[in-house]
Design a binder for this molecule. Structure first.
Ligand code: UDP
Length: 325
């Protein structure tokens, strides 16, 4: 297939684009480099630097089979302080992309959605039919795009798939491949932060609350390896069906607490990693664990890197090689 990957200079987008290329697809990456890195665009992909809202029309007129839409604003805290950035950057931009796809007859769309569309869950593991009550603007903006995709599928025959990611971690660090991993200017995610402490780039890690209703009092999350996520994008692109919008949760189905993550990082890195308890972070649910049964059954998806130590090990290989900066 001939594919466009938006956000292909970012973390999930670059690894997914690399996987698409390996599977024999032709890939054009579109990225405005607002948070991505030009050197993360996979070798073998054509790179168009620019704003998707402006670039999508002329580019899709060249004739493409599908779009993998990973480009997004994705900082929860920022989304609460500057909501317009999220309604414009996520919703308006995605609408322009959908219109360009409609106008140019681009059939398939795989969209990077998020567990943040669910908000505080009533039940875990979370299934796709769970209520969607996002607790932050980031999640709300992603949910709005999901609704837009549903209506474009119904009205225009779009083959749409939304993938709701849980906590993505790890890196693509195999020998003889371009090393691809997490490199955020403002790092908010637990595993990269803990590894920065291991590298001496931060003094200590703060654990946001130890009085949550969980076994050890810290929040529980479902960590999924970015390579398993990339595989799901490939399968989703292949399985997308005209006139349908399918939604899949992607997680490993296992929950690990903040304390367990820090302990695993200590074991993997051999560093002490000082940690202290800090106040709870606004908007954090106590437990987020995915049911990915639907993705396994309908897409034939099988995560291969479920072991937290191997996820952390790959993230560590990337960060300690000085690539995580
Ligand atoms: N967390 C933490 N200290 C940090 C960063 C994160 O205790 O410096 C916690 C956070 O409260 C959450 C979990 O680690 O319970 C995962 O947070 P992250 O930001 O990585 O992902 P999220 O679950 O918010 O998408």
């Amino acid at each position: 297939m001939k594919l466009v990957v938006t956000g292909g200079a970012g973390y999930v987008g670059s690894v997914s684009a690399a996987r698409m290329l390996e599977a024999g697809h032709e890939v054009v990456v579109v990225d405005d480099l607002s948070t991505g890195h030009a050197d993360a665009v996979p070798a073998g992909a054509r790179f168009v630097e620019g704003d998707i809202a402006e670039v999508a029309g002329p580019l899709l007129a060249e004739g493409f089979d599908g779009v993998l839409h990973c480009a997004a604003k994705s900082l929860v805290g920022e989304s609460m302080q500057d909501p317009a950035k999220y309604w414009n950057g996520n919703v308006v931009t995605s609408l322009r992309l959908l219109e360009a796809m409609r106008d140019n007859g681009t059939q398939r769309l795989v969209f990077s959605s998020t567990a943040a569309t669910y908000g505080e869950p009533e039940q875990v593991p979370i299934v796709e039919t769970a209520p969607t009550r996002p607790t932050n603007t980031y999640g709300a903006s992603k949910l709005a795009i999901d609704f837009a995709i549903t209506s474009f599928a119904a009205a225009h025959g779009l083959a749409g798939v939304s993938l709701r990611y849980f906590n993505v971690a790890g890196a693509y660090v195999a020998p003889d491949v371009q090393q691809l991993g997490e490199r955020h200017a403002v790092e908010t995610h637990l595993i990269p932060i803990v590894l920065q402490v291991a590298l001496g780039q931060r003094e200590k890690v703060q654990m946001y609350g130890d009085d949550w209703p969980t076994e050890d009092g810290t929040c529980v999350r479902d960590y999924i390896h970015v390579l398993d996520l990339a595989e799901a994008h490939l399968l989703a692109m292949e399985h997308a069906k005209a006139g349908r919008h399918s939604i899949y949760n992607l997680g490993s189905g296992f929950g690990f607490s903040v304390k367990q993550v820090i302990d695993t990082c200590r074991q993997v890195t051999g560093h002490e990693i000082p940690a202290e308890v800090a106040p709870r972070r606004a908007g954090d649910p106590a437990v987020l664990v995915a049911s990915s049964e639907r993705a396994r059954q309908e897409l034939g998806w099988q995560p291969k890197h479920e072991d937290l130590a191997s996820i952390v090990g790959d993230a560590w290989a990337f960060a300690s090689a000085g690539r995580g900066e």
